[in-house]
Design a binder for this molecule. Sequence first.
Ligand SMILES: C[S@@+](CC[C@H](N)C(=O)[O-])C[C@H]1O[C@@H](n2cnc3c(N)ncnc32)[C@H](O)[C@@H]1O
Length: 361
Amino acid sequence: MKADIVYKYVLAWAAIVLNTRYNSTGTAAYVDLFSGPGSYDDGARSTPLLIAEAVLKKPQLVQGLQMFFNDINPSLTNSLRQEISGLAGAITLRHAPRYSSLPATIRLIDSLGLSLDVPQFYFLDQFGWADITPDLVRRIFKNRKCDCAFFLRTPRVIAAVSNPNSRDAMVTLFGDTGLESLRQSFRDRPREKEIVVLEHLKEAMRLAGAPYFQPFPFRLGDGNSPKQHLIYLGKHSKGLEVMKDVMDRSSTMHHDGVPQMGYTEGPVQHGLFNPDPIPGLQSELLTFFAGRTATVGEIFEEHHVTNECFLLRNYQEALRRLEAAACVKTTPCLFERPTRNGIVTMSELVTVTFPQEGRTS
Ligand SMILES: C[S@@+](CC[C@H](N)C(=O)[O-])C[C@H]1O[C@@H](n2cnc3c(N)ncnc32)[C@H](O)[C@@H]1O
């Protein structure tokens, strides 16, 4: 499950960033600082092995993607190296994968010698969080086009916040003031500790240079197993869009086409009444874009980074409803656009004019 999201994201991301229209360097880098082995004892393949296999099936990636694998345990790095070099076509990779067995540090990232202009994706899948520090994230986000994903064993962080023995690790993660604020919020909102941790982590990552923070909660096994989060950090609207699309497809529940981001294994309890989320988006758009004219694509690009769940199709639906209620003006208008499956299309090129705040168009 966790491998699935990262794997799908890396393939979609690499295809976009290797497009010569956006990338003059001709390369992109996948950097896995905690890569683990090739396969596990039960035969399951690790995320890096799955990614390497998929890369070999795509000529564009065979030509352009550089892969760096690191694990502090040399026997795991060796197992991964052997399995990747045994894959059919491994020899065709234009950039031979590079392997190291070092602690994941800023110095290790520097030693890769990647230009700040090369698009880079970092996968940080440590068992704990000790080495995934704001400083490491700050170094990653020095790159012009970069993003990363890591796993948060959220219940362990919640426990560590109140544990005096974990104070140093928590100060490193949240800073002195951040940790104090976190503890105060635990006292004020004792039933919302998970949300509080995510809010504080988001702020710590923003201060470290990562403006976009997209959490994906998941629970494997029975309903009693602990909830964990895959956290995506990005700095470009397009990367966030791709990750939201992947998370949408992995989500267990949707309400009126809007994903409730998250995955639960086993039976899911559906609420009896889930309000339609689209009207809320309609009101937000009327306020946010009051008095402005923009294309559907521009509206989406500018606004979707402000929320964790709405996708392009949700914006198209919200704008279609605003148009039908004569709350916005569109060019081409409703009657000039084609229909698909009985619904008028709302392509990214349609221009939308919003009324000044408080007025209808
Ligand atoms: C959760 S596993 C990686 C699993 C792998 N990403 C996958 O999806 O199959 C975490 C790995 O991090 C390695 N590790 C732990 N601390 C490390 C550190 N400080 N630097 C580099 N590797 C580390 C461990 O040896 C372990 O193999």
